[in-house]
Design a protein around this ligand. Structure first.
Ligand SMILES: Cc1ncc(C[n+]2csc(CCOP(=O)(O)OP(=O)(O)O)c2C)c(N)n1
Length: 330
């Protein structure tokens, strides 16, 4: 790894704003999701049915990368996709309507929160763990075949990095020197399985050597560390120098899914989790880059934006029962 690269003030503010939006989005979705699911948890009940994986705490993995992308670049998230979708600029109204299962949703209400597809934002994700790793390489191959200097980025958890597709996809990306970046969000846990019981190497970034790719490791959920690593990776990809694996040591501040009591994590480990939004806010305040009025204004704007997205979703209609198979490929 080379030296750290400093973000501009504009980039710092962008990353802070998106992290704050992403966190507030997850808090709103947590509230909407739990509606009708208490006191007895039934995931089919309430206005947002199905499973729900929130990304509180993992925001640096998304904003520190997407700050370097433009609307022509591609992003593929995992089953825990909201922070990446928000960082890539996915339409919030349509994203929310999708989670509510409404006709106005990104996938017309058929996909739910793990199947958000926004052609305009060039964003996709999948509930199949590891699948996005291969889709991302497909995007990278398309970019290379069409010419231009676009980049394709995919995100996976450290559990997903043990799927067979990781090897096939990274091998082709390295062999063909594709403009590809794979971000491994290492939150220590694959549901309740700790990384040391699932992964043969301590650092997933070390695996890059096996694919003629570059490897970057970012410690401590540090958004500025992700910014630097991603800048190097994206520059390398745009210059035709091939793929990079970026491993980020991150933390999820909430359960694997909403409703997970997390009995497998000790209180000590829970306390050790770093809240990257609070860390960045304190740092920007201390450095005089933002002040309390700025924080309040951003929070107010976010609240208005999210109220609008929630109202859009709630006031949209559900798909008709006889149209259940429309827009579905099988
Ligand atoms: C192919 C496949 N196998 C199993 C699952 C069930 N599943 C959903 S999330 C998950 C754990 C994923 O762990 P990780 O990749 O570390 O991501 P995290 O949930 O920690 O963000 C599993 C096993 C699935 N969705 N897809």
């Amino acid at each position: 790894m080379s030296s750290n690269l400093a973000p501009t003030k504009e980039e710092l503010l962008w990353m802070y704003d998106r992290m704050a939006l992403s966190r507030a989005y997850e808090r709103m979705m947590d509230r909407c999701y739990m509606e009708g699911k208490a006191p007895v948890f039934d995931m089919a009940k309430g206005p947002v049915p199905g499973e729900m994986h929130l990304s509180d705490g993992q925001e640096p993995c998304a904003v520190g990368v997407c700050v370097h992308l433009n609307e022509n670049d591609y992003a593929v998230g995992s089953h825990r996709p909201h922070h990446v979708a928000i960082a890539k600029g996915v339409n919030l109204d349509e994203m929310t309507a999708e989670m509510f299962g409404r006709e106005t949703g990104l996938s017309k209400g058929r996909g739910g929160h793990m199947h958000l597809y926004d052609q305009k934002a060039r964003f996709a994700c999948s509930g199949i763990v590891g699948q996005g790793i291969g889709i991302g390489v497909g995007h990278a191959l398309a970019i290379k075949m069409q010419g231009g200097n676009g980049v394709s980025v995919a995100w996976t958890g450290e559990g997903g990095a043990n799927q067979g597709i990781f090897h096939e996809a990274m091998n082709l990306a390295g062999l063909w020197k594709l403009p590809y970046v794979l971000v491994i969000e290492d939150n220590d846990w694959s549901v309740s399985v700790p990384k040391e019981r699932s992964t043969a190497v301590a650092r997933n970034s070390d695996r890059a050597a096996g694919y003629n790719a570059a490897g970057e490791y970012v410690a401590a959920n540090d958004v500025l560390g992700v910014y630097s690593a991603a800048k190097r990776a994206v520059d390398r990809a745009r210059a035709g120098e091939g793929p990079t694996i970026i491993e980020v040591q991150t933390h999820r501040l909430v359960g694997h899914f909403v409703g997970d009591p997390e009995i497998y994590i000790s209180e000590e480990k829970k306390k050790a989790r770093v809240d990257p939004l609070a860390t960045l806010r304190e740092r920007l305040l201390k450095d005089g880059i933002i002040d309390a009025a700025y924080v309040d204004r951003v929070d107010r704007e976010i609240e208005e934006r999210l109220n609008a997205a929630e109202s859009f979703a709630r006031s949209s209609s559900e798909p008709k029962a006889d149209a259940a198979l429309d827009h579905v490929f099988f």
